[in-house]
Structure formats: structure tokens, C-alpha cells
Design a protein around this ligand. Structure first.
Ligand code: THG
Length: 370
């Protein structure tokens, strides 16, 4: 049964909201205190555009937390276990953040936008408060604020042609997570090669919220020859690709080691950072569960799970939980991402998934699934 989303002033709207609504927005969630578009009523077409064509996504919910001032880099270093040596203006980095217990509290993309300004392009948690609190407590000379910046993603194999037709052929040479300032019709933005899919694409970080509908229309027009259409961060593709959805896949105790983010952090670096001591102890202890994929039997799923699904093995022992599930046209199977106990993984044992519609057999596989 579907439920109406109550619109009101307490939850913020994206600068693209009216354009998204006019394009047929059918479903939304809430993320960073904003409405986040989650569907336009035709999941099969939205998936197909992302895999074979090009789609445009209102992802203004990926808010920026700006760190600006002489201590911007020092604060960024304290906030992330990622090693920021070699950070340069114009190259972004995936930079998980941890609390003092070593649990992941967000997984932003970090962008050095100028010599004294760094942005954290955040997932769904209140990092502005955390960063401002740490800066204040440590007496750092830096201001922490949310700038007027709203990403619009253009994703899929044909995204590069759409963005090149709008911005020029230089975009073809941008490396992953690299970015540059650019204007289209005087609309200020940062163009980055990034996005929450593995199908390739770009993000326009619009820097004037009053011009969202104008930018949306320009992208829709430039994309017409390539069959562009609206989409959203894609549920099916992200499970196939094993991309983490912070808050959905994680809980209060999820560590970078459990989530497979160990390659993005450097706990042996000389700089101190929040969670350093805890992460050393966690590495020493080893993980007891890991972020994995599942291939699940049964008839093709039509929706997804509203709550995590419990996993069991050996006739009832706790094996973990599945946080997101879908039917994958490419895997030709039901699939899920799940936190799975290490002993289950080591035993290569089958698991039972306790879905809302009954129990199903599943096999645990490494991510990505595709
Ligand atoms: N775009 C922007 N901000 C964001 C997201 C985004 N903030 C929140 C969330 N998404 C951040 N999470 C991710 C997670 C993974 C990737 C991007 C954003 C990603 N990972 C690649 C991978 O895992 O293969 C590459 C990582 C790498 O090699 O550094 O792309 O989507 N603006």
C-alpha cells in the first residue's frame, strides 16, 4: 500500500523540485532534511536508461559542508581517516568519516574547491554539526557552513556525449572524481566526473539555487538526441554494483573494515583524526561481519524491502541482515546487499532470507554482484 508524502515547509525542496514534478515525479524519500526523488513511476525504463542510455537525477540532497579558512585542510584531515596528502584543487576523493568509536558516520566525496576551501559532499547525516563542533572544540580557524550548491547528476553510457555537447569536449578528459568550474548561459557550477552509479557520468554542482529549473531544462534539451529521461539514484544498479547507501546499509557500529572501505583509509598516517585509536583496535581485533551480496531464489521481486530482512543459517542461527533487495535483470536473479557474519562467509554456507512474504534460500557472494 502506498502512502502519500506530506509536503510542507519543514522539509526542504531542491532547486530542481518543480522541474522534477513536471517530469512526472511519483515517489520521494527524505534525505538531509530534503525531499529526495526516488521514482518516476516506471522502474524498468529508469533502469534501462541508466544501463544503456542516459538519465538525469535531482540529487540536490547531496548537500555540501564547506570548510573555509586557514585551517580547512587541518579540519578535513581530522574528520577523515583517508590520507589527504596530495590533495589538489580539482581532484575529489571518496573520504569516509568516522566517530571516536571508529564507526562510519558518513561517506562523502571530498572536494578541494580552492586553496582555503574544502567541500564534503555528504550522504544522509548531519555532518555540518559534527564538523562545526570539532572545529570549535579544537579552536580551529575555519568556518563551517552549507553553501548554495545543488548537484544534478547525468548518468549512463551516453552521459559523456550529453555533457560534452553542453560544456565542450574537455569533459571527455576529466578523470574520475576530477572537477572544474564552468558556466552554461552564465549559470555558475562545478562540473565533476562522478555519481552514485558505475555506469559513468557527471555531476553539475549548481552554485545558484535560483537557476535550478533553467539548468534542468538545458540538460533535458541537450539530452534529447540521446534519449535522456528523468531518473533517481537507482536501487537495482547500486545493489548490483555494491555501492554503499549510508544509513540504509549501515548501523551505529558499522566500521570501514566491515564495509569494504579499508582501501580508502590510512590509519597508519602521521596525522591524528577522529576514531584513530578505535580503528587501530578494530583492525587488531578483525571483523565479525562483512558487507556482501546475496543471490536469492523465488519469483522476481517487484518492490524492495521496507525494513532490513533477517538472515539465518544452520537451521536458525543469526547470520546477519539484508538492507536492500531487488530483481536484477543483468544477474537474472533476485539480489541484495547484506551485512553477513564472518563465520557464515568462511563456511560458504547457504542462508535463509526472512522476507515479508516468507522465507527464501540465498547464496552469499562478493560485491560487486555485476
Ligand atoms: N555524489 C556526490 N556526493 C555524494 C554522492 C554522490 N555524497 C554521498 C554519496 N554519494 C557518497 N557515496 C559514494 C560512494 C561511492 C562512490 C561515490 C559516492 C563511487 N565509488 C566508486 C567505486 O566504489 O567504485 C569509486 C571510488 C574511488 O575509486 O575512489 O563512485 O554520488 N556529489
Amino acid at each position: 500500500m502506498s502512502i502519500t508524502l506530506s509536503l510542507g515547509p519543514r522539509v526542504r525542496k531542491s532547486p530542481y523540485f518543480e522541474s522534477a514534478r513536471a517530469a512526472g515525479l511519483a515517489a520521494a524519500s527524505v534525505y538531509n532534511h530534503m525531499y529526495m526523488p526516488t521514482g518516476y513511476g516506471d522502474p524498468a525504463a529508469e533502469y534501462d536508461r541508466l544501463i544503456n542510455g542516459v538519465a538525469m537525477w535531482d540529487v540536490a540532497v547531496e548537500r555540501q559542508v564547506a570548510l573555509k579558512g586557514p585551517d580547512a585542510l587541518a579540519l578535513a584531515r581530522y574528520l577523515t581517516p583517508r590520507n589527504l596528502d596530495g590533495l589538489v584543487v580539482g581532484q575529489g576523493k571518496y573520504a569516509p568519516l568516522c566517530n571516536f568509536e571508529g564507526a562510519v558516520i558518513n561517506d562523502p566525496v571530498l572536494l578541494q574547491v580552492s586553496e582555503d576551501e574544502i567541500w564534503l559532499s555528504i550522504a544522509d547525516s548531519d555532518i555540518k554539526l559534527w564538523a562545526a563542533g570539532i572545529a570549535g572544540a579544537r579552536g580551529m580557524d575555519v568556518s563551517v557552513f552549507e553553501p548554495d550548491v545543488s548537484p544534478l547528476a547525468i548518468q549512463g553510457p551516453k552521459a559523456v556525449d550529453v555533457v560534452a555537447s553542453l560544456c565542450g569536449d574537455w569533459v571527455r578528459d576529466l578523470r574520475y572524481f576530477a572537477f572544474r568550474s564552468h558556466e552554461i548561459n552564465g549559470i555558475p557550477m562545478i562540473v565533476a566526473r562522478s555519481g552514485w552509479s558505475k555506469q559513468g557520468g557527471f555531476e553539475f554542482y549548481l552554485q545558484d539555487g535560483s537557476r535550478g529549473d533553467e539548468l534542468w531544462a538545458l540538460v533535458a534539451e541537450a539530452g534529447k538526441p540521446y534519449g535522456i529521461g528523468p531518473g533517481t539514484p537507482n536501487y537495482i544498479e547500486r545493489i548490483e554494483s555494491g555501492l554503499i547507501s549510508y544509513g540504509a546499509d549501515t548501523d551505529d557500529a558499522s566500521t570501514p573494515f566491515e564495509l569494504g572501505l579499508g582501501k580508502f583509509i590510512d590509519i597508519d598516517q602521521a596525522h591524528d583524526f577522529a576514531g584513530k585509536k578505535a580503528l587501530h583496535a578494530l583492525r587488531e581485533a578483525g571483523v565479525t561481519r562483512r558487507f556482501m551480496g546475496l543471490l536469492i531464489g523465488g519469483d522476481p521481486f517487484t518492490g524492495t524491502n521496507e525494513s532490513p530482512w533477517r538472515l539465518t543459517w544452520r537451521g536458525g542461527d543469526h547470520a546477519g541482515y539484508a538492507s536492500a533487495s531487488a530483481y536484477s535483470p543483468r544477474a537474472e536473479s533476485n539480489i541484495a546487499v547484506a551485512m553477513v557474519r564472518s563465520e557464515v562467509i568462511a563456511a560458504a554456507a547457504p542462508v535463509k532470507v526472512h522476507t515479508d512474504a516468507g522465507d527464501l534460500d540465498a547464496r552469499v557472494v562478493e560485491l560487486p554482484i555485476i
